[in-house]
Design a protein around this ligand. Structure first.
Ligand code: HBI
Length: 99
């Protein structure tokens, strides 16, 4: 069973991730990404999907045209864990083309 992040680790994580916010009513973080068009948004989602599946850790997400909203939390822990932190960093790389 993976452990939830401690408060200091949570704060450090959020400080390190541009634009991610805590979610009201859930132990989770989320961010909305905006791309030039639908194809760019979907290409991003494809990159993330492949990596997430490789990590066996999956986002909760939605897509409206050029926007992708991603929520991260660990079902097994019912909260934010290191697995979410790792995936958030990978998602940032995929969004900025550094991944
Ligand atoms: N994704 N976000 C998230 N949280 C999980 O607990 C999780 C997952 N993907 C697969 C997964 N767990 C597997 O380890 C099984 O527990 C389903």
């Amino acid at each position: 069973m993976v452990a939830k992040l401690e408060p200091t680790a949570r704060a450090e994580l959020l400080a390190s991730l541009p634009g991610w916010r805590e979610v009201d009513g859930r132990d989770a973080i989320e961010k909305t990404f905006r791309f030039t068009d639908f194809k760019a948004a979907f290409a991003f989602m494809t990159r993330v999907a492949i990596t997430a599946d490789g990590q066996d850790h999956h986002p909760e997400w939605s897509n409206v045209y050029n926007r992708v909203t991603i929520l991260l939390s660990t079902h097994d822990a019912d909260g934010l864990t290191e697995r979410d932190a790792k995936l958030a960093r990978v998602i940032e790389e995929a969004a900025t083309g550094t991944g």
